[in-house]
Design a protein around this ligand. Sequence first.
Ligand SMILES: C[S@@+](CC[C@H](N)C(=O)[O-])C[C@H]1O[C@@H](n2cnc3c(N)ncnc32)[C@H](O)[C@@H]1O
Length: 283
Amino acid sequence: MNYRHGYHAGSFTDVFKHTILISLIKSLQQKNSAFCYLDTHAGAGCYDLWAEAAQKSNEFETGIAKVFNALNPPALIKDYLSCVQAINAHFSDSAASSLRYYPGSPVIMRYFARQQDRLVLTELHPQEYQLLKKEFARTRQANVHLLDGYHGLKAFLPPKERRGLILIDPPYERPNELAYLTSMLAHALKRFATGVYAIWYPIKARSIIDQFYRSLKDNIKNPILITELSIYPEESPLHLNGSGMAIVNPPWQIDDRISAFLPWLWQNLTIHHQGQFKISVLD
Ligand SMILES: C[S@@+](CC[C@H](N)C(=O)[O-])C[C@H]1O[C@@H](n2cnc3c(N)ncnc32)[C@H](O)[C@@H]1O
């Protein structure tokens, strides 16, 4: 396990992933009843963009830094930025208007969680786990586990609330991870058929993604919404050109929610109008 998210925190793929995540959280919160958020590959929770790792890759410069001070963004982007600003105000002496810290998915969920919502976070890298555990030490509604996230799908599903949002966000270090993930997802759906599952995937070459779609269609019978955002042409297999989120059991009207901000996001993140955005039902 070589991957450390600190090198990639706040990148354009994080901005995409986290805004989609917030749109899903907001959708589930349309109902008063509690839900369980399971983050299978949780990471460290919060990242210092001034630290060596982030400074080395500078990926946040083409991500959060491009939208952080946006004027009049769509409502959901405003929600996202309010979370990033709150983290900056909380962790640093500087004002919320300066960008130093970036929240990972568990910290974003904690920001939006209501009293009745519950967080289950799994992380396998020992150092990332320690950081995450420390970050959530005083959060009573969260449980943090040093565990393979795919095993977490078995251990924690179905949740007692019978409502759940599951983020599957692996670093794709395993060979054929998309195929493995699809089979683990099919098993998870047998345990918890009504959960909302959000699967993040990298877009390098389109042919790999087409194969992933075929595998999803062959193995998963539940409805799936595909959302993608790329900022470069999708033809270089060695380069991260964009990323997508496959949403299994998409909440009602989530496509409208996402359509309200995704074009804006692409316009603000694209490099010279390259790449594209997409929202479509997988059929
Ligand atoms: C892309 S990062 C997660 C980022 C996080 N979800 C966010 O959005 O802020 C992937 C994380 O998965 C962890 N990881 C790798 N293999 C894992 C596994 N089998 N189970 C759980 N975590 C794993 C890595 O250590 C890394 O922290």
